[in-house]
Design a binder for this molecule. Structure first.
Ligand code: 6R9
Length: 652
């Protein structure tokens, strides 16, 4: 590894550790062979792997999909099953006393474990409460819940009775919640009195009450008691879960669902307009979530697995609940945040529960990296075997820190590229099969037919850069936008006819490795040179004083577009003109003179959505001096960041 440490991070290669290749679910040869078969004979391949689930009646037809004209996607269409049965009941003969969920509270003193047997009882009771309220198969149920086990029970209870859950992240406002309740015509909602994050309570029930004023269709609200905080009560609409559960049975027969019956709706925002209700169905989604979870994390029975996302995002759906539980795994649910009560919280939790597999986002890693190595080194992380990353491109600096400081150079990092619309991981290392390159999501998972196209729609062969498309369907794919199939076709299948357009730019290198360069709207053109803003960001954060950076283009008289860099320094550092000069020089030497930043704008924080994504739309407008027309800022974690950025821009 010494040789490598001389190389630029992007040129480094971290070979599969030898012991890994031997013990792993899938080595290089097996990956190649399985991948080839998955694309040359999808019916045969998925016909076989669909059997990883328990079906009430088996499917005869495997794949029936078209990306042309009306776009129709069906997998396993004549099979029947139940997702909750697959996540619980089928494990009971062998795993009744194995732990299904470990719950770690925001307050580090609170934690407990739920076995598969207990999960069965809780979910059946929850399902019976929903039935008693009047919830029926096909009804949409909006969940506005924090990271507590009852959220898992509620999701699985919906799946058990055939209701379609739509989770709205607990950090969304009452307005955003109302819009989502109305869009899917949800008559039912589930919430709790309050959530807790970093020691502060989040008024979930109160927000839902406010939202409900704009939701005339809402008939019943089921309320879970969590903190015991005071709540207002609407007689005839609100029901305490603990009251309703007093006299229900602990058994509930799972509803027989068709593979193509809806499992859930999840709202996601595009570059413009209203959020889209992305719809996932039962069979294909569950095959995809469980198979990717098993292969990508090389999951072994008995291991403790922790995905630190929130169930309000797709990562939480697929990799806290459906994937791991379908595999009979032990999944840790964390209520809190990485920096409470101290910046070592993640590492403390890993040591406390002897976590073997840890999955988080680059934004969290960069924030923690900023605190230095010491908080990590306080804890015994020897249980860790695999590390994962998701949500945005991971810059090589953060990758290397994760690998060296957290994984002690022992743990492969799986950088998993995927989207709400894909249901699960799409381009990702399999830890026993792929040599790793920091910053590359490596190669496609089984059945994923990736291609790069130019903006004119021409296919790019071999090494090159373009827009990332998927040329054929995979089982985990979203089937439609709820209530608006035309929008589904328009958004994903009209840019390039007959191809699924991801919205991401991507480079493929000589080894066939994929490097996601970010959303294509983040690509800038400086003096005729195409440049990923992520490249400049990556260079900036490679500087030892920089914690985080976001780069956007802005109109430039001579160059077409100039490079505008928002930079957050490490804790405790003061920005100076000299440092700005130094950073400009730094980027010149890291990438080249064409990438020289035009503006360095120091800021204590960047505008981020509650899922941690930087809102570049806002940064672009501010860089363009367009303060009046910033668009919707309601989904920002801290909207006040915007005002201070505008102030900072005005003095320039
Ligand atoms: C799972 C999730 C999807 C967008 C996607 C891409 C970015 C996600 C990434 C990544 C580079 C990765 N993205 N994972 N970019 N490397 N490993 O995040 O879904 O919230 O729908 O976002 O996130 O730009 O298009 P979602």
């Amino acid at each position: 590894m010494n040789d490598q440490q001389q190389a630029a991070p992007e040129q480094m290669v971290f070979p599969v550790p030898e012991d890994f290749a031997k013990a792993a679910k899938c080595d290089k040869a097996r990956y190649e062979e399985m991948y080839r078969r998955s694309v040359s004979d999808p019916d045969g391949f998925w016909g076989e792997h669909g059997k990883r689930l328990d079906w009430f009646s088996p499917y005869k037809t495997v794949k029936n999909t078209s990306f042309e004209n009306d776009v129709s996607i069906k997998w396993f269409e004549d099979g029947t099953l139940n997702a909750s049965y697959n996540c619980i009941d089928r494990h009971l003969p062998e795993k009744a006393n194995d732990v299904a969920l470990i719950w770690e509270g925001d307050n580090p003193a609170y934690h407990y474990s739920i076995t598969y047997q207990q999960l069965y009882i809780h979910v059946c009771r929850f399902a019976n409460v929903l039935k008693k309220m009047g919830v029926k198969k096909g009804d949409r149920v909006t969940l506005y819940m924090p990271m507590i086990v009852e959220t898992a029970y509620a999701m699985l209870a919906c799946a058990r009775i055939g209701a379609v859950h739509s989770i709205v992240f607990g950090g969304f406002s009452a307005e955003a919640l109302a819009g989502r309740i109305n869009d899917c015509k949800s008559e039912w909602a589930i919430t709790c009195d309050e959530g807790v994050r970093a020691g502060k309570s989040v008024p979930l029930k109160a927000n839902l009450d406010k939202a409900a004023e704009h939701c005339p269709g809402l008939k019943g609200v089921l309320v879970v008691r969590h903190t015991g905080g005071a709540v207002d009560w609407v007689e005839g609409r609100d029901i305490w879960y603990h009251d309703a559960a007093l006299d229900v049975s602990s058994a509930c027969e799972p509803e027989v669902m068709n593979a193509e019956d809806p499992l859930f709706i999840l709202y996601t925002s595009g570059s413009t307009g209203q959020p889209k209700g992305v719809l996932h169905t039962t069979g294909g989604y569950l095959v995809w979530a469980s198979m990717t979870h098993e292969y990508v994390f090389d999951y072994r029975p008995g291991e403790v697995y922790w995905c630190a996302a929130d169930v309000g995002w797709v990562t939480g759906h697929s990799y806290i609940i459906y994937g791991p539980l379908a595999n009979g795994a032990t999944s840790l649910m964390f209520e809190g945040v990485p920096t409470y009560p101290d910046v070592d919280r993640f590492w403390r939790v890993i040591a406390k529960h002897k976590v073997n597999i840890f999955y988080t986002a680059p934004t969290a890693l960069r924030a923690l990296m900023r605190e230095g190595d010491e908080p990590v080194e306080r804890h015994d992380l020897s249980s860790l075997r695999i590390l994962g990353s998701v949500g945005e491109p991971i810059n090589p600096e953060a990758w290397l820190w994760y690998h060296r400081v957290v994984g002690k150079e022992r743990c492969p990092i799986v950088d998993t590229w995927w989207q709400t619309e894909t249901g699960g991981m799409m381009i990702t290392p399999l830890p026993g099969a792929m040599d790793l390159k920091p910053g590359s999501a490596t190669k496609p998972f089984f059945g994923v037919q990736t291609a790069l196209v130019s903006s004119e729609g021409d296919l790019i062969e071999g090494a090159g850069e373009g827009n990332l498309v998927i040329t054929d369907s995979w089982p985990g794919q979203a089937r439609t936008v709820y209530g608006d199939h035309d929008r589904f076709i328009q958004t994903y299948f009209s840019t390039y006819k007959g191809l699924y357009f991801t919205g991401d730019g991507c480079r493929r290198d000589e080894d066939g490795y994929y490097w996601i360069t970010g959303r294509v709207d983040d690509v800038i053109n400086v003096s005729g040179h195409r440049m990923g803003t992520a490249e400049v960001e990556s260079a900036l954060v490679a500087h030892q004083l920089v914690a985080e950076a976001a780069v956007v283009g802005f109109p430039h008289d001579v160059k077409g577009q100039g490079i505008y860099c928002y930079v957050t320094l490490n804790a405790g550092l003061e920005p100076t003109d000299n440092l700005a000069k130094e950073l400009r020089q730094w980027v010149r030497t890291e990438i080249g003179p064409i990438a020289t930043p035009d503006h360095i704008h120091f800021t204590p924080a960047l505008p981020k959505t509650r899922s941690g994504k930087i809102m570049r739309r806002i940064l672009r407008k501010i860089a363009e001096n367009e303060f009046g027309n910033l668009g919707d800022t309601s989904t920002l974690a801290d909207p006040s960041v915007v005002d201070s950025l505008i102030e900072g821009r005005k003095v320039r």
